[in-house]
Design a protein around this ligand. Structure first.
Ligand code: TTP
Ligand code: MG
Length: 366
């Protein structure tokens, strides 16, 4: 029998800000773009739980978050603090947390800056695994002053759903015989891989809970989702064999920027692309890689239509000049008739690299 834990930090960036800036502690905190008194562009990166009470959420336009905060203030509720964020600090704190989590696990997988999977199968039973998780939560609170939520289950899929079940500061244990009763009443959206589009599609068919999803036969799911149908069929039953892998590598490094105003001025856009490229390359090196093979450029137009173009080189690219050359080559068609015949203005650009190559020359899984 396998015992897997999934740990996810609570309101991670906002919680780190509260920890390092006592003056914002206890107030609603929003990390993201500059709100500029409601005229700001860009989005919310994360918000603490007090700010979430105002309806503020990750990925929401910062201008909307500002209006929600203003409305709360008008009702006499505490004023929200808007912060730009400090990624290198979050990365540092994350590395210390990962070191705590990795200790004593049979296998460890860093799944993102604030989440990890642990294989605890060598523990005698779920009660032992739960005791281990409680000790980890205590250590993270004592050493870093931060809370997290943990799910413990027979596999990664159910552990991830369980860690989200009682946030913040939660601990949810789902034993093998409890998996189906745990999942059944939940909304289909909790299943990793079901995003807003799939949720809306299923909703239109009257399928809202996992119980309802489980009532749909495999042929019908295959008809709707092709190869993904079988995956969904298994997920609805809490089935997943994927391993906790300590060979995890970040698959991509990227940066994006929303401009102050929409523009089609080539010199400005290319300069921003160079700046993003330099930052991406700096992070590639900082994360222990020496090269990459794929460069992707994303362009969001003023009407929010968003397009990406990628190119993969046969040989590893090892300099920021090479990154810039690729990025500019991919970007230029968006500035003229080739990819932008209507001369739409650009709202945002992004630069990302993938197929990263480690210092020791091993190429990471894409
Ligand atoms: P999450 O774990 O999704 O969110 P969270 O930790 O802020 O809140 P929760 O308590 O619900 O887990 O993401 C972790 C961090 O990653 C988050 O603090 C900010 C960052 N992040 C982004 O940079 N972009 C995004 O789109 C999201 C969702 C998160
Ligand atoms: Mg989190």
């Amino acid at each position: 029998m396998r015992i897997i834990a999934h740990i996810d930090m609570d309101a991670f960036y906002a919680a780190v800000e509260e920890r390092y800036h006592p003056e914002v502690r206890g107030r609603p905190v929003v990390v993201g773009a500059d709100p500029k008194e409601g005229r700001g562009r860009g989005v919310v990166t994360t918000a603490n739980y007090l700010a979430r009470k105002y309806g503020i959420r990750s990925a929401m336009p910062i201008s909307r978050a500002w209006r929600l905060a203003e409305a709360a203030r008008a009702r006499g509720e505490p004023e929200a603090v808007f912060l730009r964020g400090n990624r290198s600090l979050y990365r540092e704190v994350s590395q210390r947390i990962m070191a705590i989590l990795a200790k004593g696990a049979d296998a460890f997988e860093e799944a993102s800056i604030d989440e990890a999977y642990l294989d605890l199968s060598s523990r005698a039973d779920f009660a032992q695994a739960e005791a281990h998780a409680k000790a980890l939560k205590r250590e993270i609170l004592e050493c870093e002053g931060l809370t997290c939520s943990v799910g413990i289950a027979p596999n990664k899929l159910v552990a991830k759903i369980a860690s989200d079940f009682q946030k913040p500061d939660g601990l949810t244990v789902v034993r093998p015989e409890e998996v189906q009763t745990f999942l059944d009443p939940l909304r289909v959206r909790v299943i990793p891989g079901i995003g807003p589009k799939t949720e809306a599609f299923l909703d239109a068919k009257g399928i809202r809970t996992i119980t309802e999803l489980r009532a749909v036969g495999l042929p019908r799911l295959a008809e709707w989702f092709g190869r993904g149908g079988e995956d969904l069929y298994r997920k609805a039953r809490g089935m997943s064999e994927s391993l906790v892998s300590n060979e995890w590598e970040p698959k991509s490094v990227g940066e994006q920027e929303t401009f102050e105003s929409d523009t089609l001025e080539a010199s400005f856009i290319l300069e921003q692309a160079r700046r993003l490229g330099a930052e991406v390359f700096r992070r590639v090196l900082a994360e222990g890689f020496r090269a990459f093979r794929t460069v992707t450029v994303t362009v969001r137009f003023a009407d929010f239509v968003t397009t990406s173009r990628s190119r993969t080189s046969r040989v590893p690219l090892t300099s920021h000049q090479a990154l810039n050359a690729e990025a500019l080559r991919l970007l230029l068609p968006f500035l003229d008739a080739r990819e932008n015949p209507k001369k739409k203005k650009v709202r945002l650009i992004g630069v990302r690299v993938e197929k990263l190559v480690r210092e020791d020359g091993v190429e990471c899984r894409a």
